[in-house]
Design a protein around this ligand. Sequence first.
Ligand code: MG
Length: 321
Amino acid sequence: MPLSERRLIAEIRGAVRGGDAVVTGIGDDCAVLRIPKGHEVLVTTDFSIENVHFRRDWHPADLVGWRCLARGLSDIAAMGGEPRAAFLSLAVAGDIPQPWIRRFMTGLLDLAGRFKVPLAGGDTAQSASGIQADIVVIGSVPRGKSILRSGAKVGDLIYVTGSLGGSAAALDEVARLNPGSSRGMRTELLRQMRPLPRLLAGQWLRQHKIASAMIDISDGLSTDLSHICEESLVGADIEATAIPRTRILPGKEPEALDYALHGGDDYELLFTSSKQVASNISGLNVTSIGRITRTAGLRIISDGKARRLPVYGWEHFKKRK
Ligand SMILES: [Mg+2]
């Protein structure tokens, strides 16, 4: 193991705070975790790959670290679970500056600290080129209580937390402005790209038996709603005017709807319920955007007319623009 790698691990170990679930963390062959009695274990894994999920000239290192962990925590939130520990495998090419890696870890551990999720292990290696990070998050949920994608029923209402499209719109602006953007503008845009995983809202929905199905919006509303519909063997109608959209670019109303429908990386929760849900849970706005239908496929209703809603992943959406 090269000295720089040893030093990095020692630094990470020094910066990590333990959590209730971690019996033994970094420093042994395996981490030893203790999960509450009567709970089932949740496991999720997500890649963050340079030039696929982020670019070093657009995304500051601490933001990349933050978002790396946010992806995993958001998956735990989408099950109604509680995160117990995180594991990071990080491969970095020899020409990546050490300060970049430190700032990446600072961003990741900043988010970990906010939700008291200990980093309990991982691996480091030299990559052939660029940066590849893989985050594993272990969570838990009382036995049989995970909120699945497959539980939506015909007639259920469809809800989203927060507002949608901000992260994708901000990324497009950062890309357009770069490198001539003013620092103030960039700071405001980058704030949009720093999601807070909706863990409390997810747990609240599970505890109150509200959600029949749930998913986090990582690939965009149209894609993630289609996942719920496929797993639940149903369709969905959504109201164009009801979709809460983040307005970061004044006077661009049609674009705001497109970003909200097809933009990725918002990490809000999308869920279905047979109940009328309050417009605010755990301090977070909740909006009803439509209804689950018997007819397969997605439809969007605007000006009283229903049309088929195409399911665009974010990459596809960007190509057709
Ligand atoms: Mg997910």
